[in-house]
Design a protein around this ligand. Structure first.
Ligand code: CMP
Length: 133
């Protein structure tokens, strides 16, 4: 089932100069890059992008971190893209993420967990509309 998903290399990943390595993992897996963009989230974009987490205690920290520096967003395409990408990125808490996953290999943080990826078709459609207007 060919589908598209979106991932974002967060400010920590860009700052640490591992965005290229991360994109390469998705290419190596067989996904095609459909869209690619480097930018800095405005507060308004971040609040819209993460609106599902609005009521969570960490919402302020989340918005503050994602707006703290440049990010790289990509739309990729391939078989089972949404679920496979979620497997490749690993658990939200990087210190618990399985080695071999992106978070498991590159980080220890929660806000600074290197990468975000859409968790469903609905999230993808909403997120892509915020970033690639
Ligand atoms: P992400 O996949 O981008 O989706 C929501 C983000 O909230 C998550 O990654 C984390 O970076 C961030 N976050 C910050 N604090 C927490 C927390 N305590 N629990 C879960 N997610 C958190």
């Amino acid at each position: 089932m060919t589908e598209q998903t979106l991932f974002i290399v967060k400010p920590d990943g860009v700052e640490r100069k591992i965005a290229g390595k991360i994109i390469a993992r998705f290419e190596k897996k067989g996904f095609s890059i459909v869209k690619l963009k480097m930018f800095t989230f405005t507060k308004q974009m971040a609040e819209e992008f993460y609106s599902v987490h609005q009521s969570k205690p960490f919402f302020g920290e989340l918005v503050s971190f994602i707006t703290s520096g440049r990010v790289v967003a990509a739309v990729i395409e391939g078989n089972n893209a949404i679920a496979t990408t979620r497997l490749m990125i690993g658990s939200t808490k990087s210190f618990e993420a399985t080695p071999g996953t992106i978070r498991g290999d590159f980080g220890l943080g929660i806000s600074d967990n290197i990468i975000h990826a859409s968790d469903s078709k609905e999230s993808f459609e909403k997120e892509v509309a915020v970033i690639f207007k």
